[in-house]
Design a protein around this ligand. Structure first.
Ligand code: ARG
Length: 467
């Protein structure tokens, strides 16, 4: 590095008093965050307007300077929005880019904006506002996805499909019931989002560098102006806390996991072997070599985006885990993780909502599959308990023999002649055939939360009232 006398780089205009020379090129490159934190411009300007207004209200700066500052900041806002703003990497980040432009626009009054404030509380504020807005958006998008599932569930409250455990046919369920399982999952995601909004609803501005400030600021006033419930209570925690970002990423990771399971089901269901659903042309692609193919690319990409989101969560947890209080520059690496995960989550929810709304459900295929694999075996066992008074364990054994017999004959349970069933247990009558159909099986499961169409309709009504 060149010594001070030969260095030609100019020192930073924000802290040039202490520094004789500017940074090395590599220092500038590793240090600058403007490439990504320019995304925070609107929040940065909103925060500065609230701060300047409060400073004037408290008599810390003059009303005249405040007016100049607010006017200048609004000019900068429209410059950035219209693409007429030149971001400079030398100015490091969004905060200093805005402040430097303000100085050009309004002169010395710009220098008063940073009174009683540090970039540490400023970035905590900007980022918190951004995450809050993103959470609100996520909440709306999840509501849309839930609505799509409610519509499909209503349409298919009676459509029978095989229910699986271990991806082996287990018992018949309705497609409506299956859809409602996803409503429960995305409903939990949405309530996590709502809790996260409550958690982060405290204003960081005024914590200053870490210790608070000697100026007579009013943090309640800025909190109110920025739409927060109240100011944060500990200035050290305030500038070192990124829980709100980590909570966003955890919620995104859990929702992503749900979306990915759904994606996996869609991939399986849309194979010719299953043929349960057909994706619309709008949400699938063809193959460049195999003309017959229709690929569920959107579902596959949703599944993959989940991997990215998980990566972001682990990255930020790792960035934060070794940091002593309060602020360290490591924390600048928080933003890209959150921005990337937010983009992935938005895309994944939007693509899923589209796929769920558009896909054609092949109820005939589902019903045929529901009846195969001895899916009503439990119904036979339950019938033996109810009608023949057998203990469930004995009924299970008798049914197992009936399944083995049907398997050896290559037929379904309902296709076994009565004489065969009676040879296994003498008390079996022809009434048993009533419970061996998939419709009867499904209709009988009326326990709260069960798969009977009447229960599924109850679940739909519950969620409709909450969506
Ligand atoms: N660009 C910085 C960040 O994102 C702003 C805070 C800088 N604070 C500091 N003490 N250098 O974290």
């Amino acid at each position: 590095m060149a010594d001070d006398t030969t260095d030609t780089k100019s020192s930073n205009q924000m802290w040039g008093g202490r520094f004789a020379s500017g940074p090395d090129a590599i220092m500038e490159e590793i240090n600058a965050s403007i490439g990504f934190d320019k995304k925070l411009f609107a929040q940065d300007i909103r925060g500065s307007i609230a701060h300047a207004t409060m400073l004037a209200h408290q008599g810390i700066i003059s009303a005249d300077d405040k007016d100049k500052i607010v006017h200048g900041l609004n000019t900068i806002l429209s410059e950035i929005e219209s693409g007429n703003f030149e971001f400079s990497r030398q100015l490091e980040d969004i905060h200093m880019n805005v402040e430097a432009r303000l100085a050009t626009l309004i002169g010395p009054a710009a220098g008063r904006l940073h009174t009683a404030r540090s970039r540490n509380d400023q970035v905590a504020l900007d980022f918190r506002l951004w995450v809050k807005e993103e959470l609100e958006k996520t909440e709306r998008m999840l509501t849309g996805l839930i609505a799509a599932f409610l519509d499909r569930a209503e349409e298919h409250a009676e459509s029978v499909m095989p229910g699986f455990t271990h991806l082996q046919t287990a018992q018949p369920v309705t497609f409506g019931h299956h859809c409602m399982a996803y409503v429960e999952m995305f409903g939990r995601d949405r309530s996590r989002v709502r809790h996260a909004i409550e958690h982060l609803d405290e204003s960081p501005i005024g914590a200053a560098a870490l210790a608070g400030t000697g100026y007579p600021i009013d943090r309640h006033m800025t909190a109110r102006a920025l739409g927060f419930r109240e100011p944060t209570r500990n200035s050290i925690d305030t500038v070192s806390d990124r829980d709100f970002a980590i909570e966003f990423l955890s919620i995104a990771a859990i929702a992503g996991m749900h979306l990915s399971r759904l994606a996996e089901e869609i991939v399986i269901w849309s194979t010719p072997q299953f043929g349960f659903v057909r994706l619309s042309d709008a949400f699938s692609t063809g193959s460049s070599i195999m003309p017959q193919k229709k690929n569920p690319d959107a579902a596959e990409l949703v599944r993959a985006k989940t991997g990215r989101i998980n990566g972001s969560l682990v990255a930020l947890l790792t960035i934060m885990k070794g940091l002593p209080l309060a602020y360290s520059k490591d924390m600048q690496e928080d933003k890209e993780q959150v921005f990337d995960a937010a983009e992935s989550l938005e895309l994944a929810i939007a693509a899923m909502t589209g796929m769920v709304r558009d896909m054609t459900v092949n109820t005939a295929r589902m019903k045929a599959a529901a009846g195969s694999g001895y899916s009503t075996a439990t119904d036979l066992a339950d019938w033996l308990v109810r009608e023949a008074g057998l203990p469930f364990r004995d009924a299970h054994h008798v049914t197992g023999r009936a399944v083995a017999l049907a398997e050896s004959k290559g037929c379904d349970l309902a296709e076994l002649p009565l004489s065969d069933l009676q040879a296994i247990h003498a008390d079996i009558t022809d009434k048993v055939y009533d419970v061996l159909t998939v419709e009867a099986s499904v209709a009988s499961r009326k326990s709260f939360g069960g798969t009977a169409p009447s229960e599924v309709r109850r679940q739909i009504a519950f969620w409709r009232a909450r969506n």
